[in-house]
Design a protein around this ligand. Structure first.
Ligand code: FES
Length: 94
């Protein structure tokens, strides 16, 4: 069984579990924990663009530069449907 990490959403006062082999977006939808409520789940629409303010993550899909620039990445801004957790995470709206 793979590792399960916790994803915290301080602005909502909630957190939810995310498996190491699923996207943070998929876990958020499964847990019905906002603020992301819809999207393409494929890196194309930008609806899941958020900031990971703490924790380790890995991109398992390319994040379009149309939605996430290199400078964005340096600030922790990602597409949640393209990243998987590698530790507990804290996320926030951009
Ligand atoms: S849900 Fe569309 S880019 Fe992530």
């Amino acid at each position: 069984m793979g590792q399960i990490w916790q994803v915290r959403v301080p602005e909502l006062g909630k957190d939810f579990p995310c498996k190491e082999d699923e996207s943070v977006f998929a876990a958020m939808i499964r847990a019905r924990t906002g603020p992301v409520t819809y999207g393409c789940a494929g890196g194309g629409c930008g609806a899941c663009r958020m900031r990971i303010s703490s924790g380790e993550w890995e991109a398992f899909k390319n994040m379009s530069v149309a939605h996430v620039t290199e400078d964005d990445r340096k600030e922790g801004i990602v597409l949640l449907c393209c990243v998987q957790p590698r530790s507990d995470l804290t996320i926030a709206r951009v």
